[in-house]
Design a binder for this molecule. Structure first.
Ligand SMILES: [Zn+2]
Length: 330
């Protein structure tokens, strides 16, 4: 695939908290330092009205109003400052450009927890997210047969809410067991609304899972993709499942993120937007993902799950597969 462009706007750095916050501009710098892209392209902001394609106008107005007033919190997790609204419009523009150039957008603020009206599916907060970046190109361009692959360690509840009733958008989300992690949504039994059943695929992994758990899942994901036949693959690329990243307890390493990146080849086009990732995942996980997108061949070691846990993981995956068999050749 060659050099994959990175999409970056300086304003992504201007959305920042007063005092320490895990979702901070340093995150983007870490990714840039790790992947050292040869091609960086700068997006344009979208118009405010464009955000109405994915969010209620009242919610967009709220973000604008709060941002114009200066630093505050939309909820205990999610801050805005005087640059947030504009940065969020540039983040949507970054996602759009990522689709156009088949690139990786280092979007801030992130997006996958942001639903139609902000908080999604009963999640307690918006989890640092403002507008749902990964959803935007799909709605703006009316993309057909899109597969969203969300490998952030948290469930992409905002994305699931936005596309719940849309059979043409396959959303595969792999995350830590929601009984043990924010936002507490995304169970295997959640398969999509009427007429869209089977197009929302939730894989949950218990705390402690390593790369071998993901390697058991990946052939199933590939089978679903092959059966669906996507035109476009959209990645919600979060790196917080990396071992020791900080906010969760999954123990993925490079091999997992590399394997996800390789899934880009399952469609004619792809795009990727940055979601979570707070420390080591942003350097080592993002680099492995980017290598795979770029077609660089690398072999990485596999971090093993504890053997007692692996038995439980296999049982869980067998259960998840039994649900998928109602809809897909897996
Ligand atoms: Zn996350």
């Amino acid at each position: 695939m060659g050099e994959v462009p990175v999409i970056y706007a300086p304003i992504y750095m201007d959305h920042r908290a007063e005092g320490y916050h895990p979702e901070n501009p340093e995150r983007v710098r870490r990714v840039l330092d790790a992947i050292r892209p040869k091609v960086i392209v700068e997006p344009q902001p979208v118009r405010k009205e464009d955000a109405f394609l994915i969010h209620d106008p009242d919610y967009v107005d709220l973000v604008e109003k709060e941002s114009r007033l200066g630093y505050s919190h939309l909820d205990p997790d999610t801050y805005v400052n005087d640059r947030t609204f504009e940065a969020a419009l540039y983040a949507l523009g970054g996602a759009l450009l990522a689709y156009e150039v088949q690139g990786f957008a280092l979007t801030r603020p992130p997006g996958h927890h942001s639903g139609v009206a902000g908080k999604a599916l009963g999640g307690p907060t918006q989890g640092f997210c403002i507008f749902n970046n990964v959803a935007f190109p799909i709605k703006k361009l009316g993309l057909k047969r899109v597969a969203i692959i969300d490998f952030d360690v948290h469930h992409g509840n905002g994305t699931q809410e936005i596309f719940w009733n849309e059979p043409d958008v396959l959303h595969i989300d792999v995350h830590q067991d929601p009984r043990t992690l924010y936002p507490g949504t995304g169970f295997p039994e959640d398969v999509g609304g009427k007429g869209a059943e089977g197009t929302k695929v939730n894989f949950v992994l218990p705390p402690g899972s390593g790369d071998d758990a993901y390697l058991e899942l990946l052939p199933i994901i590939e089978s679903v993709l092959d059966d669906f036949g996507p035109e476009v693959i959209a990645f919600s690329a979060g790196f917080d499942a990396f071992e020791g990243d900080g906010l969760a307890r999954i123990r993925a390493t490079e091999s997992t993120f590399y394997a996800f990146g390789k899934l880009a080849r399952k469609a004619k086009r792809f795009y990727a937007v940055l979601e979570g990732g707070y420390s080591v995942g942003l350097s080592r996980g993002a680099r492995a993902f980017y290598e795979a997108l770029s077609g660089v061949e690398v072999e990485y070691k596999i971090n093993q799950s504890p053997s007692a846990l692996m038995t439980a993981i296999r049982d869980l995956i067998a259960y998840e597969r039994s649900i998928l068999r109602n809809y897909w050749k897996v």
